[in-house]
Write a protein that binds this ligand. Structure first.
Ligand code: FMN
Length: 220
């Protein structure tokens, strides 16, 4: 699979088959992502990848925490989405909820849909991603380079993903399952596995802006 093809094939998948990904395939995906660039090659990503019973323990801890407490991420979430970002965000929510058949006014349906995050969308594997708390913006860029590398390597191996910051919003629950040192802050989780095409949410497609909204080519 070429890079262009992988870029076009990757999308967030929010419903997975139970079938686990073979360990050798997982290893190959993470080995490929390990080639990601980073500032001075510091390679700041620290990642715990769950399978089997560990994924189930993580799911249970997250669902129970999310049903009982307010989210409290270790890295602050954006509070405000000024335009044009607000419009993109609304369109993204609309695309997902309409694929799932959840109406705008259906508060309970929206809540259930949101809780799917904490079940990691039934994925057989979750990669919980952390970073040294002493780092700031640029290490976040490093993490972004690694994350997209991971998702593209996964797609090439036939494995679907959903990056989910929601999976890091109940850090104590995650830390009760995984021995993540306190010096590392949780950033997000990546649900990984084989897509269940029968799940309605997987019909969601997002669009991208015209190139001219983001990119300015400058000649002489
Ligand atoms: C850093 C990051 C955090 C995200 N967090 C969530 C999340 O918590 N829940 C979710 O359903 N999707 C999450 N997403 C997926 C985005 O909503 C998705 O990438 C975006 O809508 C574009 O759609 P696509 O991935 O299908 O191309 C996240 C994506 C990124 C890159």
């Amino acid at each position: 699979m070429g890079v262009r093809e992988a870029l076009e094939a990757r999308r967030s998948v929010r419903g997975f088959l139970e079938t686990p990904v073979p360990q050798a395939t997982l290893q190959g995906i993470f080995e490929a992502a390990q080639r990601a660039p980073s500032w001075c090659n510091i390679q700041p990503w620290r990642v715990w990848v769950t399978s089997g019973a560990a994924t189930e323990r993580l799911r249970e801890a997250l669902v129970s925490a999310a049903s009982a407490e307010a989210p409290s991420p270790e890295f602050a979430w954006p509070q405000d989405y000024p335009e044009p970002y607000g419009q993109h965000r609304r369109e993204c929510g609309k695309a997902l909820y309409s694929a799932m058949g959840v109406a705008r006014t259906d508060t309970a349906g929206r809540q259930d849909a949101w809780l799917r995050n904490y079940k990691a969308f039934d994925a057989p594997h979750v990669a919980m991603v952390a970073i040294d708390r002493r780092f700031d913006f640029y290490a976040g860029l490093d993490l972004g380079c690694w994350l997209q590398s991971l998702m593209l390597a996964a797609i090439e191996a036939g494995v679907s993903t959903c990056s989910a910051a929601s999976l890091a919003t109940h850090p104590a629950a995650v830390r009760s399952v995984l021995a993540i040192p306190e010096g590392l802050g949780l950033v997000l989780g990546v649900a990984m596995g084989y897509e269940d095409a029968a799940v309605a949410a997987n019909a969601c497609r997002t669009r991208r802006s015209a190139l001219s909204d983001n990119i300015t080519f400058v000649g002489e």
